[in-house]
Design a protein around this ligand. Structure first.
Ligand code: GDP
Ligand code: MG
Length: 169
């Protein structure tokens, strides 16, 4: 089984839609193996978005700094989800980075509509509800960055008998 990191961003927490969005992942059969609410500082997000995510190198200082400021506007909820090819499945459910482009049916397409241009005009990172690891290498690094081993749990979900026949429920 593969693990991936999701982070409900301050816009999701402040809009009170965390439960609704989380239900989508649970309904798809993804298992929560770690979760916590926290308000990380600049350095934590620097490592997340540049050390691991290379956002500053890809998009430049202005977008990077506005994204870090937006992420520090309130608490976030971080989770580790587990499932078959969880990284790719979760990214598919999350949708395109820019909400305007995100397809209907995806989380960013259903819960947001804003554009890069509009976000830039007010100096903010684009408010797109949720972070999800982009690939398995990023997932491993991000999980290590956000969670200690003792914060991750091992248990059987009842429906895992369909994907792992030997595993006891
Ligand atoms: P993700 O993996 O789909 O979240 O996208 P990236 O790793 O490229 O970017 C990280 C986050 O930075 C995004 O989810 C957005 O919140 C923000 N962001 C990325 N690109 C832009 C941009 O061009 N403009 C603005 N305003 N925000 C951006
Ligand atoms: Mg990314």
């Amino acid at each position: 089984m593969e693990k991936t990191l999701i982070v409900f961003k301050p816009d999701a927490v402040q809009r009170g839609i965390v439960g609704e969005v989380l239900t989508r992942f649970e309904r798809a059969g993804l298992k929560i193996v770690g979760t916590k609410m926290l308000q990380p500082d600049y350095d934590h997000f620097y490592q997340h978005y540049e050390g691991i995510g290379t956002l500053k190198s890809r998009k430049g200082d202005e977008i990077f700094e506005s994204q870090l400021a937006s992420m520090q506007e309130g608490p976030v909820i971080a989770m580790v989800l587990e499932g078959v090819e969880a990284v790719e499945t979760v990214r598919k459910m999350v949708g395109d980075t820019e909400p305007k482009k995100a397809a209907p049916g995806t989380i960013r397409g259903d819960y947001a509509h804003v554009t890069y241009g509009q976000a830039a005009s007010i100096g903010r990172g684009v408010a797109n509800i949720i972070h999800a690891s982009a690939d398995s290498d990023e997932a491993q690094k991000e999980i290590n960055h956000w969670f200690s081993d003792s914060e991750l749990h091992d248990y059987s979900a009842v429906h895992e008998k369909f994907t792992q026949p030997g595993k006891k429920a």
